[in-house]
Design a protein around this ligand. Structure first.
Ligand code: TTJ
Length: 637
């Protein structure tokens, strides 16, 4: 019945046909990603109604046949006629390409960019689609089939309560287009809907899965992106309790930022514009980052935390351990970049920077203790960065590493299998010599460290890294450092610190643990670092030789002996005084030795002590040793 079509009908169908011919041009791909894109196209319309302030609830239902319903409780789409097309507004929206978006006018149209190519595209790529509009006690209905062909004009199918308003769209993706799959992934839908709920505080989004055993989630966050940051830091330790929140609006452009520092070294910054994740960043993100660095430096200088001669903190320093969400709402966003996820509007840079500067600066003024924590964290990051840079340069520089010297020092093991190989970092040349004699040379490598060289270093971490011993350690590990770090290249799965339980030994332990914590944290996290525990006493009775770690163990063991047992007890010598056999017996033999696995907390505690003692102020060495001895006791290694 082609003669029933008017010219505009034919044009409309040709438009939809073009979408079916080249779906990739409209939704990027017909893979599972494209399939889910259909849902986002429809959901965006409902979110727009919510952003306009007319809708609180959105419900997404995955039906048994993988058709999807999206329902909102907004005003309902307009049900009148469209003058230009001569069709109902609804039919126009669902069949004319690019007819979405501007229809109806008014409101705050913020969706755009990636999504919002329109309901008509979804219709074109669906086996069938139904729209129901609830308005003024009536349900307006239209159905389309086979890529957007209306089965009938829009009409009223039933009455409903006058209180009921809103729009429901149900569609079934066309399997002849989505050849890979037409099955929705619950988690994919849940994750994005959760994100939308975070980005639009107070909006309630319900996801229902009618397939299989059924599933349901409700996402609603009255705290909005504050709760988002809370989630980002859920498995981390926040540096400060309250999440910092800044918002503002200028020239119709709104900026919202929530942030909190944690104890990690990475930054987690996510930015959005009109609910679209701007993976590639853009002017909103640039503006906020610029302001963050500026305000932190200003505050640090004004409060004399940064001295006149100190280098300014870099952007990276200020973002270490930062979890941040930036949300921009823009009436006319320009998306650029490879994946069109970079905000290009140049006016946003200053607006974002101004709004964030003002709010963040006020926060620092009003919360001086949190401000101090943040600046301290940034300054530590700065020191670590300078140290890491130096260390990298040193390990990179050709010829810098004296290979003969290195292999002269390291008594490597024969095995090249890292999983069975052990590296003993041994305090002192004499203990090192005994350890080399007493070891199992197949799996045990020995690196003697000269305690006194480390001991005289009262310097900061970068100076410590200038230390030859430490450079040798880095080389022995094989992992590289900083940006080049690769855990897979670790040459020994057990790294065993073997030091005496005295002040000098504790000094070396502190330095080593700090080094590991700062530059080899994954090695500590993976549980590769151990402390050998040389026994303090040896108890001999009959043919039995028993080593015990401390007084308590000694007394406990003696209590188990019958009163008539004759025994000898002796205090053990330091590592350096043990001969090879004794050392093997007490601290190296896999079957007899006692190792204590070093946790990140241990390393962190060491780092903390180290940072405090080795900070800007040059500590008198005596004082350092005293505090350190205390520390060694506390740390119990
Ligand atoms: C437009 O201006 C007049 C009042 O209604 C406005 C409107 O279009 N609201 C609207 C559209 N609410 N919900 C939609 C919508 C919802 C879904 C699920 C799908 C589509 C295509 C639109």
């Amino acid at each position: 019945m082609p003669n029933e079509y008017s010219d505009s009908d034919i044009q409309v169908l040709e438009g939809l046909e073009a979408v079916r011919k080249r779906p990739g041009m409209y939704i990027g791909t017909t893979s599972s990603k494209g399939l889910h894109h259909l849902v986002w196209e429809i959901v965006d319309n409902a979110v727009d109604e919510a952003l306009a302030g007319f809708c609180d609830d959105i419900e997404v239902v995955i039906h048994k046949d993988n058709s999807v319903s999206v329902r909102d409780d907004g005003r309902g789409m307009p049900v009148g006629m469209n003058a230009k097309t001569g069709l109902s507004t609804i039919e126009t929206i669902f069949t004319v390409l690019h007819a979405g978006g501007k229809f109806g006018g008014g409101g705050y149209k913020v969706s755009g960019g990636l999504h919002g190519v329109g309901a008509s595209v979804v219709n074109a790529l669906s086996s069938w689609l139904e729209v129901r509009v609830y308005r003024e006690g009536e349900v307006h209905y239209q159905r389309f089939e086979n890529g957007g062909h209306p089965t009938e004009p829009m009409h009223i199918i039933e009455e409903c309560s006058k209180d009921r308003t809103g729009t429901t769209v149900t569609f079934k993706a066309d399997p002849s287009i989505f050849k890979e799959t037409t099955e929705y992934d619950y988690e994919t839908l849940a994750n994005r809907l959760r994100e939308l709920a975070f980005l639009n505080k107070g909006l309630r989004i319900i996801l229902i899965d009618e397939r299989g055993d059924g599933k349901k989630d409700t996402f609603c966050y009255n705290g909005g992106i504050i709760e988002y940051v809370n989630l980002l830091n859920k498995n981390k330790t926040p540096l400060h309790e309250d999440i910092i929140y800044v918002e503002g609006c200028e020239n119709g452009i709104s900026i919202e930022v929530a942030m909190q520092y944690n104890d990690s070294y990475n930054s987690n910054i996510y930015s959005f514009t009109n609910n679209i994740n701007t993976y590639e960043g853009g002017t909103h993100e640039d503006g906020v980052k610029f302001a963050l660095t500026k305000i932190i430096n200003n505050y640090a200088r004004n409060n004399k935390m940064l001295k006149d001669n100190d280098e300014s903190l870099t952007g990276d320093d200020c973002r270490e351990g930062l979890a941040m969400i930036i949300s921009c709402k823009h009436p006319d966003p320009q998306f650029e970049g490879q994946t069109k996820t970079k905000l290009g509007n140049s006016e946003v840079r200053k607006i974002a920077s101004d709004i964030f500067s003002e709010g963040f600066e006020r926060f620092l003024m009003e919360n001086p203790s949190v401000a101090r924590l943040i600046i301290d964290k940034c300054m530590t990051a700065s020191r670590a960065r300078l140290a890491a840079k130096k260390a990298r340069e040193m390990t990179r520089r050709k010829g810098d590493l004296d290979v003969t010297n290195f292999f002269g020092k390291l008594a490597d093991c024969k095995s090249k299998d890292a999983t069975v190989s052990e590296l003993f970092l041994v305090e002192g040349d004499s203990a090192g010599g005994s350890a080399i004699k007493g070891r199992d040379s197949m799996t045990q490598a020995i690196l003697p460290l000269r305690g006194k060289i480390l001991n005289v270093e009262k310097a900061r971490l970068d100076r410590a890294l200038g230390n030859e011993e430490i450079r040798t350690i880095i080389t022995a590990f094989g992992t590289g450092i900083g940006e080049d770090f690769n855990l897979d290249k670790l040459r020994y799965h057990k790294i065993i610190i073997m030091t005496d339980a005295d002040v000098d030994g504790s000094h070396i332990r502190v330095l080593l643990l700090t080094l590991f914590y700062r530059f080899f944290k994954p090695i500590v996290e993976a549980g590769h670092v151990y402390a050998a525990q040389p026994p303090l006493f040896v108890i001999k009775h009959g043919k039995t030789i028993k080593y015990v770690l401390n007084e308590q163990e000694r007394d406990e063991y003696l209590a188990t002996l019958s009163p008539t047992t004759k025994y000898e007890i002796a205090r053990m010598k330091g590592l350096g005084e043990m001969d090879a056999e004794e050392l093997n017996e007490t601290t190296m033999d896999i079957n007899k030795r006692i190792l204590r696995q070093i946790t990140v907390e241990d390393a962190m505690a060491a780092d903390d002590i180290f940072s405090k003692l080795m900070g800007e102020e040059v500590e008198p060495r005596r004082e350092f040793i005293a505090s350190n001895a205390q520390f060694a006791e506390n740390l119990d290694i």
